[in-house]
Design a protein around this ligand. Sequence first.
Ligand code: NAI
Length: 333
Amino acid sequence: MTHTITLLPGDGIGPEVAEAAREIVEAAGVSVKWEEYSAPLEDGKRVGEFPREQAVASVRRTHVALKGPMATAVAGGAPSINVALRKELDLYANLRPVRNVAGVSSRWTGVDLVIVRENTEDLYAGLEHTVVPGVVESLKIITERASTRIARFAFEYAQKNGRKKIHAIHKANIMKLSDGLFLNSIRDVAKEYPEIEYREMIVDNTCMQLVMNPAQFDVLLLPNLYGDVVSDLAAGLVGGLGVVPSGNIGDEAALFEAVHGTAPDIVGKGIANPTALVMSAAMMLNYLDEVEASRRISGALDKVYREGKYTTRDVGGTASARQFTRAVIGALS
Ligand code: NAI
C-alpha cells in the first residue's frame, strides 16, 4: 500500500534532516507519496511566508505529517507556526520518548521514560496583552476537557505500551485553581486504571529528581509549559536534542517532528544530525501500522550508533549528515 504523507521540511537545518528522513523511510521499503509544503528559502533562510492553510488542509487529508523545525521570532514577530499547527489540527498530545542511545555518551544510563505533554492550552494559548504600559498580562488557560483528554491519552498509552507508572507534574500548591483543575481531572481518570501506579510531583522537584535519579520515572504527564521545559531537560539526560523524537497526536491526525530547532549556527554545513527526525519518522511508521519498517529503521540507527564510525559531531563523531544517512541505509536489515 502507498501512504500519502504531508512533508513539512521547515527552516534552517530542517530541509537537510527531512531529506535524510525521507530517504531512510523509502529505503526501509515503505511506499510513500509525499505532499510537500515549505516557505521559499534562500541559503536556508525563509524568504516568504509558509503556506500554512495549504499545509493544514493537506494534513487534514493525509492525517499524518513529518515536520522539520520551523523558526519563530523571539519577543515579537509572527506567532509560532509550530504552535498554530498543533492548535489548528487539534494535536492535543505531545509524546516524547526519551531513552539512552547506545554509543551516545550521556550523563545517565538506564533512562527510558516517556513525556506526555498537553499541547493546546496553558500559557501557550498565546493570550497576552498590555494592561498599561509596563504591565503585561499573559493568560494561563486550563480546562477540565483538555486535562481529562490528555490524562486519558496518557493512561491508554501506558496500558498499550506496557508502562507501569504515571507521574502527574504540577505546581498546584501555588496555582491552586489552574494546576489544581489539571490534577483533579487526572485523578478522576487515574481511578479507571488501577493497574497503573499513579503519583504526583511538583515541577521544581521533578527537575531535580530527573537530574539526580531519572530511572525512577516511567511516564510523565504535564501541562503544556512544564512539558516543554521538562522535555528538553530530559533530552539533556540522554545526549541532547539531536537524539530525541516526538509526535503531536490528535484524534484525526498526527504530526511527527524532532525536538530540536532550526540550528541556525550549522545551516548548510552538512553536519546536522538527522537522528531525531529519523526516530520521529520511525514513530510515524508505527502510527501508520508499518511496524516492521519502523523496527528496521530503529535497528539500523542502533547499529550505526553502536559501531560509532559514522556518527555526527554533536554526538562526538566526525561524519557528515550524508555519510550518516548512507550508513543507516546500509544498516537496514
Ligand atoms: P536549536 O535546537 O535550533 O539549537 C540549539 C543547539 O543545538 C545549537 O547549537 C544547534 O547547532 C544544536 N542542534 C540542534 N539540532 C541539531 C541537530 N539536528 N544536529 C546537530 N546539532 C543540532 O535551538 P534554538 O537555537 O533555541 O532555536 C533556533 C530556532 O529554532 C528558533 O527560531 C526556535 O523558535 C526554533 N525551534 C523550532 C522548533 C520546532 O520547529 N519544533 C523547536 C525548537 C526551536
